[in-house]
Write a protein that binds this ligand. Structure first.
Ligand SMILES: Cc1cc2nc3c(=O)[nH]c(=O)nc-3n(C[C@H](O)[C@H](O)[C@H](O)COP(=O)(O)OP(=O)(O)OC[C@H]3O[C@@H](n4cnc5c(N)ncnc54)[C@H](O)[C@@H]3O)c2cc1C
Length: 374
């Protein structure tokens, strides 16, 4: 048996791939990250709301609930230690009509069951005392929700990985994955116009986000195992041209797996609104589609339910993010899927699917979990 070229390969240099690679390197693995783009974090990880979620929405006992609560704690700690810019600004979850108050209470109860212990229920007057421009029937304050500079986080994770002698190779797309007779992974890797390179690895982590299904289906599994199918769902963001009259993030009631058109602040205090939800066929697209003004009008109507004072003409197209969902429109919301040998029967392979929100918040916790699986 010949020794593999590398002990552990991670495919994908997004937040989750880099967090897993860092955790593996800290655990003593020789790690190489392969990324198809010319820079780290060019897909989902640089197109999010950048919110450190408290963990209000997910079913108790789910991976999303567990990793969100644990990941939030780890992320604040990591930001404090590394200087990654973070702001624990807090969030108001609002019932914009009296009819929504029962759902607001149910969400608060769900959050407490998930281990979120610091929520405060507010009357409309108490909420307005915090945010005078806010319109609501009632609200829940989540003081531990915050925002983080996701770009600085990506850079910090890569820095830690390299400090542990790990490496990130850009412009290299994994195309095929074989398994040798001794269980070694045999990767075929494309880079520009060069002939495909071959690389062998003892352990393999697939953290390929929107590309996860395409990659995952390249592997021979035990009969009966089905690779989760990724369904891209676009979300547009509009930025506010003027200074935001809010200090907290503001979220309306969620609708199934969609959190609604919410107001978030970036680390510099600039406000943006979104993302909306648009299921997409085919390849993910980041083109901002204004729909001849219809999208902006829909955003304004949604925002004015909690901020009636939004001035006309204040919104400007910002960017589009694409969620790697693993359920279709109308189906039950799926949990994160982190599959090891007990799922697919392949030793030393960890494959991640459906790592949408709260994937940023959960990144360090998922990274530690993946390292523990190998
Ligand atoms: C609109 C939106 C808003 C969000 N808001 C929040 C939020 O506020 N808070 C929160 O906690 N989470 C949020 N999320 C979720 C969070 O952004 C993601 O869960 C997280 O960034 C996923 O990271 P990742 O590393 O799994 O995926 P990605 O960042 O997509 O990284 C996957 C990488 O794999 C690479 N890749 C794919 N195939 C190959 C291949 N064959 N070879 C080599 N490389 C490959 C890709 O190029 C990519 O760089 C949001 C997501 C979206 C879309």
């Amino acid at each position: 048996m010949t020794a593999p070229d590398i002990e552990t390969v991670v495919v994908g240099a997004g937040l989750v791939g880099l967090a897993a690679a860092r955790a593996l390197a800290l655990a003593g693995h020789d790690v190489l990250v392969l990324e198809r783009h010319a820079a780290i974090g060019q897909e989902t990880s640089s197109r999010s709301s950048e919110v450190i979620h408290a963990g209000l929405y997910y079913p108790p006992g789910s991976l999303r609930a567990k990793f969100c609560v644990e990941g939030r704690r780890l992320l604040y700690e990591f930001a404090r230690e590394t200087g990654v810019p973070v702001a624990r600004c807090g969030k108001l979850l609002v019932a914009t009509a009296a009819a929504d108050c029962a759902r607001l209470d149910a969400l608060a109860a769900n959050a407490r069951a998930c281990g979120v212990k610091d929520l405060a229920s507010l009357t409309a007057a108490e909420a307005r005392a915090l945010e005078p421009e806010l319109s609501c029937a009632a609200a829940v304050l989540s003081p531990s929700t915050g925002v983080i500079d996701s770009h600085a986080l990506l850079v910090a994770l890569e820095g830690h990985l390299r400090a542990e002698d790990g490496n990130v190779v850009l412009n290299h797309a994994v195309e095929e994955i074989g398994i040798g007779s001794d269980g070694t992974f045999e990767l075929s890797i494309a880079s520009g116009t060069q002939a495909p390179a071959r690389l062998t690895a003892r352990n393999l982590v697939l953290a390929a986000g929107l590309g996860a299904t395409r990659l995952g289906t390249r592997i021979p599994y035990r009969p009966g195992y089905r690779v989760p199918q990724v369904y891209p769902a676009r979300g547009h963001y509009y930025a506010l041209a003027s200074k935001a009259p809010f200090r907290h993030l503001v979220y309306p009631m969620p609708d199934s797996g969609w959190l609604g058109i919410h107001l978030t602040l970036d680390i510099a205090g600039r406000a943006k609104f979104g993302p909306d939800l648009e299921w997409q066929d085919g390849e993910p697209s980041y083109v901002f589609d204004e729909q001849d003004g219809a999208r902006r009008a829909a955003f304004e109507a949604e925002i004015r339910r909690y901020w009636p004072g939004l001035p006309g003409g204040a919104l400007h197209p910002a960017y589009v993010g694409v969620r790697p969902k693993i359920y279709k429109a109308g189906e039950p919301v799926a949990d994160f899927a982190i599959h090891g040998a007990s799922h697919h029967g392949v030793d030393r392979l960890v494959a991640l699917y459906g790592i949408e929100s709260p994937g940023l918040t959960s990144s360090l916790a998922i990274g530690a979990h993946v390292a523990g699986m190998l």
